[in-house]
Design a protein around this ligand. Structure first.
Ligand SMILES: C[S@@+](CC[C@H](N)C(=O)[O-])C[C@H]1O[C@@H](n2cnc3c(N)ncnc32)[C@H](O)[C@@H]1O
Length: 225
């Protein structure tokens, strides 16, 4: 499918799937959305500890680089696993302006290494951030009690409804440790109910610019309903 780089309202770039008219991030601001959904309402629950994060859709690496930046500020040691079936290519990576927009030129080597790192192998990006990229489909995730936090950043239910189902959320529920948390930009009632059906406790939180609400799901129980 044709992909093209576009600019979002906060000046940061994203990738658009042209045929679907679907973006990798909110058109109201890719960086703003990433910080609001995944850092403010997810990562900020943790500090001074070692945690494992699973990202559903590694994509451009925006969530990975901001998580690496934040790991230093919050004294976290992070094992980050990014699952992605359709990796971005070098030409696309070169057009992403995240380091300029975040004003973090010092992270250029980290961002380059994140994209250059071999699929399926852990890579020490820094003292506080290790990355393992896995090229596979979300349905094939088999981890159990492995993660403290999931960034659920699949394309929307409008274009990929099969990724917002009880089957997928059961895989996520199993992959999380007890008290583990999943955050997503989505807020649909059907999504919330699918999460609840597999055992998650779900909160509706204020959304990023351009979106009223988002969801945060917590695995309070070990037994699946
Ligand atoms: C919304 S984008 C992720 C954006 C990413 N988190 C970032 O920071 O750039 C969704 C991603 O899921 C990937 N994807 C779509 N369907 C998939 C599937 N069934 N299994 C694995 N990856 C998939 C897409 O290629 C895309 O990179």
């Amino acid at each position: 499918m044709e992909r093209k780089i576009i600019k979002t309202s906060d000046g940061s770039t994203t990738i658009q799937i042209v045929d679907w008219n679907e973006q990798y991030h909110s058109i109201h601001g890719a960086i703003q959305e990433a910080y609001h959904v995944f850092i403010k309402n997810g990562l900020s629950l943790f500090e001074n500890e070692s945690i494992a994060i699973l990202e559903i859709g590694f994509g451009t690496g925006l969530n990975a680089i901001i998580t690496s930046i934040e790991s230093e500020k919050r004294n976290l040691k992070i094992d980050f696993v990014g699952v992605e079936a359709y990796p971005v290519n070098n030409e696309e990576i070169l057009q992403l302006n995240y380091l300029e927009e975040l004003n973090v030129p010092d992270y250029k080597d980290q961002f380059t290494e994140m994209h250059a790192s071999e699929w399926g192998k852990p890579c020490e990006i820094s003292e506080t951030f290790s990355l393992t990229k896995q090229q596979k489909f979300f349905i094939d995730i088999k981890d159990v009690d492995a993660y403290n936090l999931i960034y659920f950043d699949a394309f929307g239910a409008r274009v990929q409804p099969e990724l917002w189902t009880e089957d997928i959320f059961l895989i996520m529920f199993k992959a999380l440790k007890k008290n583990g948390v999943l955050v997503t930009y989505a807020a649909k009632g059907s999504v919330r109910r699918a999460m609840q059906a597999v055992g998650f406790q779900v909160e509706r939180l204020p959304g990023p610019p351009g979106k009223r609400e988002m969801l945060r799901a917590t695995k309070l129980l070990n037994d699946i309903r």
